[in-house]
Design a protein around this ligand. Structure first.
Ligand code: 2M8
Length: 448
C-alpha cells in the first residue's frame, strides 16, 4: 500500500460522521448528493460495505416524488456553519419531503454508476444482492422524477433549474442565462463559504445574489416543477444529460443482474442520445453546449461539460472524434501541465483560480477518464489518470487546483478528491466496462 493510498483512506475515515461522509468538515458539513456518489466509489475500493451504507444513507433524503436532494442536512452540524441551511430550504413544509431536512434542488444523477460500482466490489455476498435489489426501485423513481418533472419543453432532455443543480455552480456555461436578468436583493443573508476559503477562489457576491434569488423563487413556488415554465433559469446541460444517459445504461446493467428487463433503460438512454444530438450538439462550433430551454439559445463557451458526452456509446465516430480532439487540444489537456481545466484555457471567461471558471477538479477528471475508457480513447484516459495522481501527490487532496501550476485551492482534505484518487490508483483492477457488460460496441460509425 502506498503512502498516497493510506493518506486518501485516512481523509475518508476522518470525514465519516457515523452515517455518511462529509465533503469537507469545515466547508461542507452535511451530506451532498453527487459528492456521496463519488465518495462511495472510493469506499468501494477498500470497504464495500461502507460504500453501500453511504448510498443508502443519501437516499434517506429522497422525496416521495423521487427527487434526490442536493443536500441532506446533518443534525450534528452547527446550524450556522453553512448557508443556505435547513431554515432557508424549509423542506419540512413540503408534503413530498422526508423527515430528514434537505434542500429542494438536485445534482447530476451519478448515483446509478455508484450503486453498480458498490455492488460489483462485493458481488458475491448476500448483503450486496440485498443492497442492489433495494436500491434499484429508488434509482428508477429518481430517474422517473427527472423524466416526468424536468423535461419541460418536449426536447426529451432533463432541465436544471438552478446553477447549483449542475454541480458546476459558477461555470460560464450559464452566464448567458444569468446575465440577462436582474436579481432583487431580497432578504439579507450572510455567506458562510468565505469563512475558510479566500474570496478570489469562490463565486462572486453577484453570483450569490442570483443563486439565492433563484432558490427562493423555486422554494416559494413549493418546489413545484409545474411552475417551471415561468422560472427564470431552466437550462439543458450536456454534463447533466450525459450523466443521466450513463445512469440509464447502469440501470440496464443492474436490471440484468437482478434478472429483470433491461430494454426500457436502454430505450431511455437512446432517447437521451437523440435529444442531445438534436439540441445540445452545436454543429457549427463542433461542440456540445448548454441550452437555455426558454429561448433555445446555446452558450458560446467550451467548458468541461462539453466533453462529458463522450460517455454516450452511440456518438458517431465523427462527433466522438471532435470531442476527443477538443479534450486533447490546447484548450484543455494540450495547453496546461495539470488538466482538465473546467473552462477552455483560451476562453476570455477562463479564470485559473475561481471555482468552476477554470480550475481543475478531480471529479470531472474522473468522469471524463471513465468516458474515455468506455470510448476507447486511451491517450486521453492515460493523460488524465497520470496528471490527476501527480496533482494530488504535489498538492494534497484539495477541492480544486490551478491547472497551470497545480497549486491547491479551496477546501483541504476534500472527500471526493481522496475517494477518486483511490479509483485512479486501482485502475488495473477495474471491473469490465459498462459497454462490454451490456454488449454495446464503442463508438459506432454513421449513427448520431
Ligand atoms: C459546491 O457547491 C455548493 C453548493 O451545492 C457550494 O458551493 O456551497 C460544488 O462544487 C458542488 O458541485 C459540490 O457538490 C458541493 C459540495 O462539495 O460544493
Amino acid at each position: 500500500m502506498t503512502r498516497l493510498w493510506s493518506a486518501a483512506v485516512e481523509v475518508l475515515q476522518a470525514n465519516w460522521n457515523g452515517a455518511a461522509t462529509l465533503p469537507s468538515r469545515d466547508q461542507y458539513p452535511h451530506q451532498w448528493s453527487w459528492d456521496s456518489a463519488f465518495i462511495s466509489i472510493g469506499w468501494a475500493r477498500f470497504e464495500p460495505a461502507r460504500a453501500q451504507q453511504e448510498l443508502v444513507s443519501l437516499f434517506r433524503g429522497q422525496w416521495s416524488s423521487g427527487r434526490v436532494p442536493q443536500i441532506v442536512f446533518s443534525a450534528d452540524a452547527d446550524p450556522g456553519s453553512y448557508f443556505p441551511g435547513p431554515d432557508f430550504w424549509r423542506s419540512a413544509a413540503v408534503a413530498e419531503a422526508p423527515l430528514a431536512p434537505t434542500s429542494g434542488i438536485v445534482q447530476p444523477p451519478v448515483h446509478a454508476r455508484a450503486v453498480l460500482t458498490a455492488y460489483l466490489a462485493d458481488a458475491g455476498s448476500q448483503r450486496s444482492r440485498e443492497f442492489l435489489a433495494s436500491m434499484y426501485p429508488r434509482l428508477r423513481s429518481w430517474h422517473q422524477y427527472l423524466r416526468l418533472c424536468r423535461e419541460l419543453d418536449g426536447t426529451g432532455l432533463a432541465s436544471i433549474v438552478h446553477p447549483w443543480e449542475s454541480g458546476l455552480d459558477n461555470s460560464p456555461a450559464w452566464d448567458h442565462v444569468l446575465d440577462s436578468q436582474d436579481y432583487p436583493a431580497g432578504e439579507q443573508f450572510v455567506r458562510r463559504d468565505l469563512t475558510h476559503v479566500s474570496t478570489g477562489n469562490r463565486p462572486t457576491d453577484e453570483d450569490y445574489r442570483a443563486y439565492v434569488a433563484l432558490a427562493r423563487e423555486y422554494r416559494d413556488a413549493g418546489y413545484s416543477d409545474k411552475a417551471l415554465p415561468d422560472h427564470r433559469f431552466v437550462v439543458e446541460d450536456p454534463l447533466f444529460n450525459a450523466v443521466f444517459l450513463d445512469a440509464e445504461l447502469c440501470c440496464a446493467s443492474i436490471a440484468e443482474l437482478l434478472g429483470l428487463h433491461r430494454e426500457p433503460h436502454l430505450a431511455r438512454a437512446r432517447q437521451l442520445h437523440e435529444a442531445m444530438m438534436s439540441h445540445l450538439w452545436d454543429e457549427a462550433a463542433g461542440s456540445f453546449r448548454a441550452r437555455d430551454a426558454r429561448t433555445g439559445d446555446r452558450s458560446t463557451v467550451d467548458t468541461i461539460g462539453a466533453l462529458i458526452p463522450l460517455l454516450d456509446p452511440w456518438l458517431s465516430a465523427e462527433v466522438a472524434g471532435k470531442v476527443e480532439a477538443l479534450a486533447l487540444s490546447a484548450d484543455f489537456a494540450g495547453g496546461c501541465e495539470y488538466p482538465m481545466p473546467s473552462t477552455a484555457l483560451t476562453s476570455p471567461e477562463f479564470d485559473r483560480v475561481r471555482y468552476w471558471r477554470g480550475p481543475t477538479w478531480v471529479n470531472t477528471n474522473w468522469l471524463l477518464w471513465t468516458a474515455a475508457i468506455e470510448a476507447g480513447c486511451a491517450e486521453l484516459a492515460n493523460r488524465i489518470a497520470e496528471s490527476s495522481v501527480r496533482l494530488v501527490e504535489a498538492s494534497g487532496f484539495r477541492e480544486y487546483f490551478d491547472p497551470l501550476t497545480g497549486t491547491g485551492l479551496g477546501a483541504d482534505r476534500f472527500s471526493w478528491t481522496a475517494a477518486l484518487t483511490l479509483d485512479f490508483l486501482s485502475a488495473d483492477q477495474a471491473p469490465s466496462s459498462l459497454r462490454s457488460r451490456l454488449g454495446i460496441a464503442g463508438v459506432v460509425e454513421g449513427t448520431g
